[in-house]
Design a protein around this ligand. Structure first.
Ligand code: ZN
Length: 508
């Protein structure tokens, strides 16, 4: 673990929310483990032990604290001091759990031996992959017990226990209480309409919610996404089930409030993990900020608007389509086209609040006559080609282990250049160091002429260049709003991405 004992101790004694989820505290006298922000009286230093993950504390025999509820802590910032293999393994566990083959299958997908993977996990998280996956499952079950009124049989399935008996045994062993007893002591379980669930997803402050919303609002596809009154909403489908979710900020509790309506509770874990990734809730600002502060232009911006995150996406295919649409035109133009695609080819979906459709799946867009709704012929063909590649399995946006290999395959598709690939890496693959260096908006924000100059300057921001890009884009969009004189040049600034991968921006 990269945190030393002194910083853990300081963070614990001051209940510093910035460290929430970065380590856990085992209290010897009570036998429970806590988050650094636990409101309980702080134990004597002699009586505590520090662990790099909740699973490690659980493995050491501690039970989760019922007051600070470790299951509510923000996720482990997987990039801090952990090698790629561990962070990719954690991502795969989030996306699809530890599947049938267990650790062996996981290791095979990562191209390493199972023993090596176990060793890496023990070194960086203090627990094996199996223990990490089990703890996550248990934590999610606890959240469902506390925060929803889902029947226990469904909680058992939704959290991946397989059987109610195993679920009961797991909860009882960990909490020394039955699931029903735990629900009874949960402070507040508001009754939600059928198939609706309310979650509070914690983050480590600061979190720049206005910046996140502004970015999403400008790109919200009519019919499937909406931003209104400080809330983001969208329609979703996963494995044949449909629904929608709505996200707003609970600043006081350092959390996003997520209301999900979804037909199949068994998929809730994955729905929530996707939302967590989409809103970049695992980010660790304290680790990101030093690199950005070293830049003379970024430093002021970062100081004035701390905590800007990199927005992810609900679906990699949808995001890639949106990026291709944005290649030749302004954000506004691309948003309108995207809305037209949804209205023409999307599946009608009737939920409240202007969500009228679901985004069309690759099977539909693979053969869709996209030129008929006003798309340039080349763009239409590129979108169809990506859709076909997804349909025949050449490209998958899930479970990606080798990012460069994935991007290599993506770039082989005519009409996809470096810019689009980096943008997809940034938002769909959640690569914090992805960076579309040919972007005109980025160049302009810094007054540079070439992507080579920009790349040189961006070296200092590694491995967080995606965050730097967000800051530069937010500067570019603000200067456009301030000076109306800039508006006429907007369309000209968005030039086509050509074969060399140079240039365009859907952001200026
Ligand atoms: Zn506690």
């Amino acid at each position: 673990m990269t945190l030393d004992w002194q910083s853990c101790s300081r963070a614990r004694l001051s209940r510093d929310a910035r460290f929430d989820g970065k380590f856990f505290i085992g209290v010897l006298s009570s036998g429970v483990y806590c988050r650094p922000i636990c409101p309980a009286r702080t134990a004597n230093e002699r009586n505590v032990r520090y662990y790099p993950s909740a699973a490690a504390a659980a493995e050491a025999g501690f039970r989760p604290c019922l007051r600070c509820r470790p299951e509510c802590s923000p996720g482990t910032p997987a990039w801090i001091g952990t090698p790629n293999t561990v962070s990719r393994a954690l991502r795969l566990i989030d996306e699809s759990g530890l599947e049938d083959g267990g650790v062996e299958a996981l290791a095979e997908r990562l191209g390493v031996g199972a023993r090596h993977l176990r060793r890496l996990f023990l070194r960086h998280l203090g627990a094996t992959p199996t223990a990490v996956a089990q703890t996550r499952r248990l934590h999610f079950a606890k959240k469902l017990i506390d925060e929803t009124s889902l029947p226990m049989t469904e909680v058992a399935l939704a959290s991946g226990f397989g059987s109610v008996r195993r679920f009961n045994a797991g909860i009882r062993k960990t909490y020394h209480r039955t699931p029903t007893q735990i629900r009874r002591i949960a402070r507040h379980t508001a009754i939600q309409p059928e198939n609706q669930y309310l979650f509070r997803l914690r983050f480590r402050p600061p979190y720049n919610w206005p910046g996140m919303l502004a970015f999403l609002a400008a790109r919200a596809t009519p019919g499937i996404e909406a931003v209104e009154q400080g809330r983001y909403r969208r329609s979703i489908s996963l494995n044949g089930s449909r629904g929608y979710f709505e996200v707003s900020l609970d600043e006081e509790n350092h959390a996003l409030v997520v209301r999900v309506q979804f037909g199949d509770p068994r998929l809730l874990f994955f729905v929530i993990e996707r939302i967590r990734a989409m809103f970049d809730l695992n980010a660790d600002w304290a680790a990101i900020v030093p690199g950005l502060r070293s830049d003379p232009v970024l430093v002021e911006r970062v100081k004035a608007h701390p905590g800007l995150r990199v927005p992810g996406c609900w679906s990699g295919f949808e995001l890639a389509t949106r990026a291709i649409l944005g290649q030749q035109i302004t954000v506004k133009g691309a948003t309108a086209l995207s809305g037209r695609i949804v209205r023409t080819f999307g599946e009608p979906f009737s939920a409240a609040h202007n969500l009228t459709h679901l985004f069309p799946p690759p099977e539909v867009l693979a053969n869709a006559d996209l030129a008929s709704i006003g798309l340039p012929k080349a763009r239409a063909e590129t979108i169809r080609a990506v859709a076909r590649a997804v349909c025949d399995g050449r490209i998958s946006f899930e479970g990606i282990v080798e990012v460069n290999a994935f991007l290599g395959r993506l770039i082989e598709i005519p009409g996809i250049g470096k810019w689009t690939a980096q943008y997809v890496a940034m938002r769909a693959l959640r690569e914090p160091d992805a960076f579309p260096s040919g972007d005109l908006g980025l160049l302009r924000a810094l007054g540079l002429d070439s992507s080579r100059e920009l790349e040189r300057r961006a070296e200092a921001w590694r491995p967080w260049r995606a965050y730097a890009a967000m800051y530069l884009w937010s500067m570019a969009s603000e200067s456009r709003v301030r000076g109306s004189k800039l508006v006429p040049s907007e369309a000209r600034a968005s030039v086509e991405e050509n074969a060399s991968g140079r240039g365009l921006s859907i952001f200026v």
